[in-house]
Design a protein around this ligand. Structure first.
Ligand SMILES: NC(=O)c1ccc[n+]([C@@H]2O[C@H](COP(=O)([O-])OP(=O)(O)OC[C@H]3O[C@@H](n4cnc5c(N)ncnc54)[C@H](O)[C@@H]3O)[C@@H](O)[C@H]2O)c1
Length: 432
């Protein structure tokens, strides 16, 4: 019989004669067990640290979405940055476009490049919506010589490096967490990109030499509840209806501070429901198109007492003209090395279309262009961030930027549908 046959499964019940061999065996066995349990505990501690939300200052979803950055730096990378930002036109400007792989960012970047300005993009390619659409926009820009650096606006070291490599005259800041309803799912992402990220960018801009002039995207959502239409820049904006709106409003206040203390030239643009080719899949006109084509029913909201929900839909090309005019009329920042030398420009403009269209009319236009009848489901507008009506007063932008929207919804949607059909039938799948 082997000596080991005496060892019961429960250690506490271990009875045997006291031989030195058995004692050695006990010692070895205890050491082995101790080592085994130490490893188990160590493993559990490691699992706890890697999985616990408290070990990570950002919600896990947020860190997954936003801080995924690829490596940057090195001579080849700097060469690409310089070449993309090189100004080719006489009197051209060199612009850092944040959110360049986004809907508006792609169009603005392409338009700047077309007129000979230097453009460098920055985007973290997060997965708030189908990242393959962002990659396709990136490929489009790459074909016209625009490099999009993959990184987060909260990465101050990266931003500083970009300003070291290129003396940007302007920043077109479009990187943000957009969408009204997603704020209930992932509130941290709004604070991360729209507040913390904006502050990081302003911090780097304020210390840059020379300081750039900054044009950034605010939103019509700042008008919030109880604003009379048409919305004017003079109206109160202290009753935001969503966290998205609150972070955009915070951005406007933060801009005021950096203008006041550091002499940064800042222009905020309140966009009104922008639509068009290469648009955002989370917006109604986009997912209505997708669902109508699939034969799925779409939900159309109505306001209280069967009231109409309407939007001042603005075509992307008109928005791009407003962005370029803002960059062209932006005065220089007045500070240097983080110190203000004199007062600087601070502006806010509505960029809308000035003709609100009921969402039910939007659906009728889509049905005509798609040649498919929609299956409609009418529901009360939930109180989770959307306002029933938007309508821009654009007289300030008209006066100071020469802004004049020229595309009506019928024409703009025709262009969108043409793009949608060719993009998604060309081997690409609809998102979601
Ligand atoms: N499209 C509209 O109807 C509309 C209306 C009002 C305001 N806006 C504002 O206009 C701007 C552009 O909107 P869009 O429709 O092009 O949205 P978008 O989501 O298509 O573009 C934003 C881009 O920014 C990037 N981004 C987000 N957070 C980032 C971060 N922390 N660091 C680096 N990149 C980041 C995203 O990956 C995305 O590509 C946003 O500020 C948005 O809030 C848009």
């Amino acid at each position: 019989m082997s000596h080991l046959d005496n060892i019961p499964s429960t250690p506490g019940k271990f009875k045997m004669e006291k031989s030195p061999y058995i004692n050695r065996l006990r010692l070895h066995s205890s050491l082995a067990k101790l080592t085994f349990w130490s490893f188990v505990f160590l493993g559990l501690i490691l699992i706890f640290f890697f999985r616990s939300p408290s070990s990570n200052p950002l919600p896990s979803d947020l860190s997954r979405r936003s801080l995924r950055t690829s490596s940057w730096g090195g001579p080849a990378w700097e060469k690409r940055v310089r070449s993309s930002a090189r100004v080719r036109a006489r009197n051209g400007i060199s612009v850092l476009v944040t959110g360049a792989a986004g809907f508006v960012g792609t169009h603005v970047s392409a338009a700047l490049k077309r007129r000979g300005d230097g453009v460098l993009g920055l985007d973290n390619f997060n997965d708030y919506y189908d990242p393959s659409l962002k990659r396709a926009r990136q490929a489009l820009l790459e074909r016209s010589g625009i490099f999009i650096v993959e990184g987060d606006i909260n990465d101050v070291a990266l931003l500083k490096k970009l300003f070291e490599v290129v003396a940007f005259t302007h920043v077109m800041h479009l990187a943000a967490q957009a969408g009204v309803r997603y704020a209930m799912e992932n509130p941290g992402s709004y604070v991360h990109s729209n507040i913390a990220g904006f502050v990081s960018l302003l911090e780097v801009c304020k210390s840059a030499n020379p300081q750039p002039a900054i044009v950034w995207a605010s939103s019509s959502s700042v008008y919030g509840l109880n604003t009379k239409v048409p919305f004017s820049e003079k109206d109160r904006t202290d009753q935001p209806a969503s966290l998205y709106a609150a972070t955009k409003k915070a951005g406007e206040e933060i801009a005021h501070t950096y203008n006041h203390i550091y002499g940064l030239s800042l222009t905020g643009l309140r966009f009104f429901t922008v639509y068009g080719p290469w648009g955002r899949p989370d917006m109604a006109y986009f997912f209505f198109t997708k669902d109508i084509l699939k034969g799925k029913s779409i939900t159309i909201f109505e306001a209280a007492d069967h009231g109409t929900v309407a939007r001042d839909f603005t075509y992307i090309d008109d928005i791009v003209k407003g962005c370029l005019a803002s960059l062209d009329t932006a005065e220089k920042s007045t500070g240097s090395g983080g110190k203000k030398k004199g007062s600087a420009q601070l502006r806010v403009f509505n960029l809308g279309n000035t003709s609100p269209v009921p969402v039910s009319d939007l659906v009728s236009i889509l049905e005509r262009h798609l040649k498919v009848k929609a299956k409609k489901n009418i529901m009360k507008l939930p109180r989770n961030g959307d306002v029933p009506f938007t309508h821009a007063n654009i007289s300030s932008a008209q006066r100071e930027l020469g802004y004049k929207p020229t595309t009506d919804l019928q024409t703009g949607l025709k262009k969108f549908v043409r793009w949608y059909l060719s993009y998604y039938s060309g081997g690409k799948k609809a998102s979601g």
